[in-house]
Design a protein around this ligand. Structure first.
Ligand SMILES: [Zn+2]
Length: 199
């Protein structure tokens, strides 16, 4: 059912089936144009968490050529979405507004140094520059007044260590199953894609 819906969507909106690269700005990707108003906007977004049950005070904005193209607030409990961190929400918003995945011509402003999940997504989206407010240690200090286990905190050291180890040496038990069948789909998809691109 879900696959059918995705296929139907890809058929109706063929532009979604392929990503557009970020346009080059005069032969060079635009970066390093800090503007305090965007950091203040990210902080304003994070402040809304104080009155929003299920949200946490991490806000982010994505800026392209001096304009906000994405905004995000961490609201994992409100959305029942463990990936709902401010940076990821802002990146999702920018992807949708710009209708592309590559954000290398954009900058991210975030109110806190990002966690490893967000560092990865910032890298995947190829953002050109990051400006951040508080450091990890400051977030830890601020949240130290909370009772233990009152929120799903991110264990940064553990995640970084996991990412650096090969899949079979991580703390997360993992076993490879149906490798040939899984590989077949990868190959079949790539061949279909190649054929579609050459049309
Ligand atoms: Zn994060």
């Amino acid at each position: 059912m879900i696959i059918g819906a995705v296929l139907a969507l890809a058929f109706i909106l063929p532009s979604l089936a392929a990503d557009k690269p970020a346009p080059e700005v005069a032969g060079k990707k635009k970066s390093d144009s800090y503007d305090e108003k965007f950091m203040r906007r990210a902080i304003e977004i994070s402040r809304t968490a104080i009155d929003t049950p299920g949200a946490e005070p991490f806000g982010a904005v994505i800026v392209k050529n001096g304009e906000i193209v994405g905004e995000g607030l961490s609201h994992a409990l409100l959305a029942w979405d463990v990936t709902s961190h401010g940076e990821i929400e802002a990146i999702r918003d920018a992807n949708r507004r710009l209708e592309r995945l590559d954000l290398s011509d954009c900058e991210i402003y975030t109110t806190c140094e990002p966690c490893p999940m967000c560092v990865s997504v910032i890298g995947v989206a190829r953002l050109g520059k990051m400006y951040y407010g508080a450091k990890h240690k400051q977030a830890e200090e601020a949240f130290s007044v909370l009772p233990p286990n009152s929120r799903l905190s991110v264990n940064i050291k553990k995640l970084v260590a996991e990412q650096q180890r090969p899949v079979d040496q991580r703390q997360l038990p993992a076993e490879q199953k149906l490798a040939a069948e899984s590989f077949e789909i990868l190959k079949a998809w790539a061949l279909e894609r190649k054929a579609a691109l050459s049309k």
